[in-house]
Every structure is written in structure tokens, then in C-alpha cells.
Design a protein around this ligand. Structure first.
Ligand code: GTP
Ligand code: MG
Length: 456
């Protein structure tokens, strides 16, 4: 092998070891005052040297001429901020170019970065991925970061900000308790030829497992409020044809989202509008009016109405007279009866919780207030200070449920099959570990064991 080939092999090996550098436009696309281009990886220092010299210290910002790394052409004048790894967001060297937010400027800087060896455009989520790989964020924190970026209402923002650290602490704490339970169970196996020691060790394990199982159950029994908060509180407008459902939807949305006409049976399909009611995300659905009909299309519409009503967190039953009652398919607990068209002379009212006019706006503030109150109740915990934080993601719920199941198996399974009980605990710990992305259960067990071996 000649030396050129050797150098190539060396370079290649080095590159694989060092890894690539990634860059991306971190601020929103389109024209803006400032655009932030973030770069992370081993090439950052070299790239700053060629594109934005002189050198900038760790956690320092400086105003610099940004030039093309090969042609030296001026690209922009911008603020450059440097974060030396590992004390950066990704754990690697990171530089941020805060350039002028015009499309051509952004394009020029991105194109220039692409010419740097081992430097490429980041894949979606790759910065967060690197932060996870370097132990900067666990999976729960990564997910809450994504929720924060997606948050559209104040309550969502607040929940995303809180849940990351709160839930990480909760799940990690549970996992630590499980590891202790696992260690006690394994000790019971180790000492199985000394009946008393074994039995009392297993007894101690179960004593610790019961309160943990209770905690998991309390966490799961949260009325799905975290998930409702992420996905929106589902309000479905139901009623007879012509009750004024589409008119109400349009009044709430403040635009003509649905067709309104005096013809009964206008709406055939479900139409959804997302609203921010006093900071709470609410999805309002307009539906086809419910009545006996021969028309196949309308019948399909009504079938969809009932399906939407069953999935609703709240069904607003609209009625012009307040006299007709909702079909039995709609659960009474989710029902709010509202009389409509109260601006009309003929309006006679009875038996409703609220009364509105989509035309004049009368009663709408009361209705949105009531919906917001119910949404808030569904999404926030009681005032109990000891209340468990809510489950934030369906992924977490599935894993907590499976941990809870394994823990139940541990609690009710036979004490004669210690190996199986140890497996129950291991499974529970594994499920919880997968929530935060820590699955090195065996390693931790190893450390705990070294403390447990009492001279045997
Ligand atoms: N005066 C008055 N008329 C209203 C009010 N709300 C709705 N209407 C009228 O009632 C008729 C039916 O309204 P829609 O909103 O289409 O009723 P809908 O419940 O969606 O009807 P379908 O889609 O057919 O089930 C239209 O002519 C509306 O202009 C109101 O508050 N006051
Ligand atoms: Mg309609």
C-alpha cells in the first residue's frame, strides 16, 4: 500500500471517529430580522477560524465578517456566538451565526457551510439527537422540548416547560426504587439455601413494591389530562338540523369555516376548528344534524356525528326550542344543553343550561367561558399538592402500564418462583428505563449487587 492510500485510510478512520458536523437554519423559514444558523460538531472551531475570524471565546458573542471558507467572499456581517463542548446544547462545539434574515443571506451561508469537509445539513431532530447521545437530554426531555416548540396555547407551553424535568425525576425515581426491589429479590435467590434470610429479603422487596405500584396506578389514573392538553379538548356541536350548529362554529372561529343555510341537513361532514380558549387548546367540531332520513349521504353524515360525539370530551347539544333531547348514544356526563337563536321573537325557552344567539353574539361569552372552564378542569390537576403529574405522552402511558402490570405480577406471583419474580421486576425496570431512554439496567444492578454481597 502506498503512502497516499495509507493517508486516505487514516483520514477516513479519523473522520469516522470524529464524526460529522451538522448545520441548520434554527429559526423559522422566510424573511425575518435575524436568522439563526446553528452548527454543531468537531469542525466548528476550524470553520469559525476560516469563516469568522478572529477567534471567539467560549460562551462569547462577537460581531464578525462572515466569509466563504474557500473563496473568502463576504457573505454577511453578523453576531457569532460560540459554545465550547461539552457545555453546549448538544454536548459538542456549537456555533451560532445570527445573520440578517433575508433568504439570499441564509442561502449563501448554508451553501458555504456545505462546502466545508465533513459538514452537512442536519436531519430533522438531529441536534436533539446529539444532545441525547451526549447525555444532555433524556428522552422525556427531548419529547417535552418538541412539545414546547409545538405549543400553541399558554397552558400547553406551561405543561411542556414543566413536564420534562418533573416527569424525568418521577420516572428515574421509580426506576431507582425498582432497582432496589430487584436487588432484594436477587438477594433472596442468592440466600435461598438459608430460608430465613431469603424469606425476609423477599418480604422486604414486596413491602417496597406495594407503595410503588400504588404510585404508578395514581399516575395512570390522571383522566388523560396531559394527553388532552397536548391534543386539545374535543368539543362537538350536536343537534337537530337547522339548530344553528354551523352558525355557532363560525361565530366561535370568527370566520366562515362551515356552510350555513336555512335548508335543514346542510352539513354532511364533520368540520374541525382549533381554538385557544383562555389559554386552553380546544377543538370544536361541527356535525350533521341528527334526524331520521332516507338519504344515504345524510345517513353517513349522521353516523359520523355519533362517532364524533362518542369520542368527545364535551358535547354541546343545540336546540332552538330547548325541548328536543339528545339521542341516547351521547353520554349524559359529557353533555351541555344550549338553546339557540334567542334573538328570534318566537324564541321560547326551557330546559337548557345556556342560551345563545350566533347572530347577535348574545350568550357567546358565557358559552365560551363554560367550555374553557370544563377544558381547564379536564386538563389540570386538582389543587391537591401531592397530586401526581399527568402522563404527557401515549408512549409513556404504554410503558408505565406495562411496568405496572409487571409489578402486579411481582406482587401476586408465587414466592416459590423467585427467578420469575426477579424477572417481573427486571421487566418493570426495563419498561421505565425505556421512557427516559436508560436501559442499562444490568449495569446498575451490578453496582447495587456489589454492595449487597454480605460476605457470601
Ligand atoms: N335569527 C337567527 N338565525 C340563526 C341563528 N343561528 C343560525 N340561524 C339560522 O338558522 C339556519 C340554520 O343554521 P345552520 O347554522 O346552518 O344550522 P345547522 O345546525 O348547522 O344545520 P344543519 O347543518 O342543516 O344541521 C340558517 O338560516 C341560519 O342563518 C341565530 O342565532 N339567530
Ligand atoms: Mg350545519
Amino acid at each position: 500500500m502506498d503512502w497516499v492510500a495509507l493517508v486516505d485510510v487514516y483520514r477516513y478512520a479519523n473522520r469516522m471517529a470524529v464524526g460529522t458536523t451538522i448545520f441548520a437554519l434554527s429559526s423559522g423559514p422566510g424573511k425575518a430580522g435575524v436568522a439563526v444558523i446553528r452548527v454543531s460538531g468537531p469542525a466548528v472551531r476550524e470553520l469559525m477560524h476560516t469563516m469568522a475570524s478572529p477567534e471567539i471565546g467560549d460562551r462569547r458573542a462577537a460581531f464578525r465578517r462572515i466569509v466563504h471558507p474557500t473563496t473568502n467572499a463576504l457573505l454577511d456581517r453578523a453576531v457569532v456566538v460560540f459554545f465550547a463542548g461539552p457545555n453546549s446544547e448538544t454536548g459538542e462545539d456549537v456555533v451560532e451565526f445570527q445573520v440578517h434574515g433575508g433568504r439570499a443571506v441564509v442561502r449563501a451561508v448554508l451553501d458555504a457551510l456545505a462546502t466545508v469537509p465533513d459538514c452537512r445539513m442536519a436531519d430533522p431532530g438531529e441536534f436533539a439527537r446529539r444532545a441525547f447521545d451526549h447525555g444532555k437530554l433524556n428522552l422525556v426531555e427531548v419529547e417535552s422540548l418538541a412539545d414546547l416548540v409545538d405549543a400553541e396555547t399558554d397552558a400547553q407551553r406551561h405543561f411542556a416547560l414543566q413536564s420534562g424535568s418533573q416527569l424525568s425525576t418521577l420516572y428515574e425515581g421509580w426506576r431507582t426504587r425498582l432497582i432496589e426491589i430487584a436487588a432484594l429479590t436477587e438477594a433472596a435467590i442468592d440466600f435461598s439455601d438459608e430460608g430465613d434470610v431469603s424469606a425476609s429479603s423477599f418480604e422486604a422487596a414486596r413491602e417496597r413494591a406495594q407503595p410503588l405500584a400504588d404510585d404508578l396506578a395514581r399516575h395512570l389514573n390522571d383522566g388523560h389530562r396531559g394527553e388532552i392538553l397536548r391534543d386539545g379538548f374535543r368539543v362537538v356541536l350536536v343537534g337537530a338540523p337547522n339548530a344553528g350548529k354551523s352558525s355557532l362554529l363560525n361565530a366561535l372561529a370568527r370566520r366562515d369555516a362551515a356552510i350555513v343555510s336555512e335548508e335543514a341537513g346542510t352539513t354532511r361532514d364533520v368540520i374541525e376548528v382549533g381554538l385557544d380558549l383562555e389559554g386552553y387548546p380546544v377543538i370544536v367540531t361541527d356535525t350533521a344534524g341528527i334526524r331520521e332520513t332516507e338519504g344515504a349521504i345524510e345517513r353517513e353524515g349522521i353516523r359520523r356525528t355519533l362517532a364524533a360525539a362518542r369520542a368527545a370530551d364535551l358535547n354541546v347539544w343545540l336546540s332552538e326550542t330547548g325541548l328536543d333531547s339528545p339521542p341516547s348514544e351521547i353520554s349524559r356526563e359529557t353533555l351541555l344543553a344550549v338553546r339557540t337563536k334567542i334573538d328570534l321573537e318566537s324564541a321560547a325557552g326551557a330546559g337548557s343550561d345556556l342560551a345563545i344567539s350566533a347572530k347577535t353574539g348574545a350568550g357567546l361569552a358565557e358559552l365560551t367561558g363554560e367550555i374553557a372552564r370544563r377544558a381547564k378542569r379536564a386538563m389540570t390537576s386538582s389543587d391537591d399538592p401531592a397530586a401526581m403529574p399527568a402522563v404527557a405522552q401515549a408512549r409513556h402511558r404504554g410503558l408505565v402500564e406495562s411496568a405496572s402490570q409487571s409489578l402486579q405480577d411481582f406482587l401476586i406471583g408465587s414466592a416459590d418462583d423467585l427467578e420469575l419474580r426477579a424477572e417481573d421486576v427486571r421487566r418493570a425496570a426495563h419498561a421505565l428505563g425505556r421512557i427516559t431512554g436508560r436501559v442499562d439496567v444490568e449495569d446498575v444492578l451490578g453496582t447495587i449487587f456489589s454492595r449487597f454481597c454480605i460476605g457470601k
